[in-house]
Write a protein that binds this ligand. Structure first.
Ligand code: GTP
Ligand code: MG
Length: 224
């Protein structure tokens, strides 16, 4: 509990047994419930998560967005918090982010990685890709946003009912933020530390970057 609000943390995982061990181990005691989504893992992610007290949900439909949709159904808190199972986003920052959400009267707070506090945490092509995608989102939707691809969010769970999120893949991250903004929810960003990844890279940067960009245009044109 924080600010008298029950906190659910949802972590999508595709083969993150080392990362998820570290992430759960670093979780502050304010978190009431941890939901780990096992998205076709072939390693010991599910066993590790269960042994550390998380609820494990299995989702067979592949993809980051599909994993989140399954995880959100299992979350029961007043506030939903998300991050990757790879140790890049800081679980320690969750209580302060919840305080920021409440103090700024926001419905959706997205943790912003830029400017990077550890430049070694993200390669140059990924930085460029993030920049292109965020600028494209700003230009297409006329909304100020600094990190459209951040995977760490803190939001009021009831708003989920009103968000029409369609993507099963990586575009889910920008889609949920844009939906929150376009539906008129109070949206804000707060800076966090972003660290180096634990475990193998799963992102196919060129393919996923292109899918994200074409998704933005299709959403803008109302084709989704
Ligand atoms: N790429 C990918 N990630 C998935 C999938 N299902 C669940 N995930 C998890 O979603 C989270 C985000 O994926 P990442 O591969 O870390 O994507 P990213 O953060 O953009 O890329 P990195 O810089 O390599 O961390 C991780 O915890 C993954 O394990 C999937 O089908 N594909
Ligand atoms: Mg990641």
């Amino acid at each position: 509990m924080r600010q008298n609000l029950k906190l659910s943390l949802v972590i999508p995982c595709y083969n993150e047994e080392d990362g998820v061990r570290e992430v759960i181990g670093r979780c502050p005691r304010e978190i009431d419930e941890i939901v780990v989504v096992d998205n076709n893992c072939t390693d010991r992610t599910a066993e590790v998560a269960r042994a550390l007290g998380a609820v494990v949900v299995s989702e067979r439909r592949p993809g980051y967005g599909a994993a989140y949709k399954a995880g959100f159904k299992a979350a029961a808190g007043d506030i939903v918090v998300t991050l990757d199972g790879d140790g890049t986003y800081p679980p320690e920052a969750i209580p302060e982010l919840v305080d920021t959400l409440v103090a700024r009267h926001l419905d959706f707070l997205s943790a912003c990685r830029f400017p990077l506090s550890d430049p070694k945490a993200m390669g140059l092509t990924n930085r460029f890709g993030n920049w292109v995608l965020t600028v494209a989102a700003m230009l297409l939707f006329f909304k100020p946003i600094r990190d459209s691809q951040s995977g760490m969010w803190v939001f009021k769970r009831p708003i989920l009912e009103r968000l029409r999120v369609t993507s099963d893949g990586m575009p889910f991250s920008q889609e949920i933020k844009l939906e929150a903004i376009l539906k008129g929810f109070r949206f804000g960003e707060a800076h966090i530390h972003y660290g180096a990844r634990i475990g193998e890279v799963k992102l196919q940067k060129w393919r996923d970057g292109w899918l994200n960009l074409s998704f933005l245009f299709r959403k803008r044109l109302g084709l989704l």
